[in-house]
Write a protein that binds this ligand. Sequence first.
Ligand code: NAP
Length: 332
Amino acid sequence: MTTNRQIILAEMPQGRLTPASFRLAEAPVPAPADGEVLVKARYISLDAANRAWMQGVTYRSALQAGQVMAGGSLAEVVESRSPGLAPGDLVFADIGWQEYGTAPGKHLARLPAMAPLTYLLSVYGVTGLTAYFGLLEVGKPKAGETVVVSAAAGAVGSLVGQIAKLKGCRVVGIAGGAQKCAWIKDALGFDEAVDYKAGGVRRALREACPDGVSVYFDNVGGDVFEAALFNMANHGRIVCCGAVSAYDDVPPPHGPRGVPGLIVTKRLRVEGFVVMDFYAARDAALAELHGWVESGQLKVVEDVIDGLENLPVALIGLLAGENRGKRMVKVD
Ligand code: NAP
């Protein structure tokens, strides 16, 4: 344990993200100050939002060229100068794309050891909680209603659709390509799927949702948002979770059209959220997620890539839709 391999955001992307924005570097392993712990990353989370953080200030400060690329890790404490944490403890740490990092112990919560460990980043991590709270607390679906979710084969979307089914809803997923569409129906139990890459999304959604959409869980924004908007039922709810269609596009796509008028005439509620807003209720959410996973009612789909050096291509691939379920990188 002498060197710390890191992925540096070498330059801000101009246009679509490419590997040229990143470089691999080596630095000394940092020493924890009083009150801090030194952690080693085991799995680094890949999130669509990683790309959005390069566009400017979001719910976190904007990334700058020359910094270690930002990102969250499932990490193991290797040295502790903080009471309550000891070597071997597992934590979720915001240390970026590197093998080792330090963090104040008071900001870290010890996670339970479990098999597979990766569930701590997927269904029991930000991904699962985002799907859970966004759908149930913001969307508030009722049994029998039609729920539509975009990026439906991805990490958040694959869970949103399954949770909506567990709550007795009819579920339509929007995903890219015929294979993903078949998969969300056959493997995850969605009722219908719409391939946005085939075009005609607005019409396809109308056919898939003849009674209109009661809850649209939006992960992508842009044209897909617009297609959903025109298909909303009166008093429908649009859960604004993210806008991945705009993260890697410069300039961002036009649209959506029809926003003010349709929101009024259909009496829609459009609400954004950030998962952290709901963390006070985290234990109850995790307990319900755990019950569904243990009983086999909720399938957890993960896409694990090996090697810290593969983080840049793993993110680029996520934005291109290579993944099914939660993508992460295993750090040796
Ligand atoms: P993900 O869904 O696993 O991966 C992103 C997916 O987006 C890709 O697999 C791709 O699937 C789809 N996609 C890419 N470009 C697209 C486009 N132009 N139009 C439509 N779909 C496109 O990623 P994730 O990390 O779980 O994130 C999903 C969403 O949740 C993101 O918007 C993210 O920002 C949001 N999020 C929000 C919160 C919060 O607190 N609000 C927390 C976590 C995540 P296809 O093959 O189907 O194109």
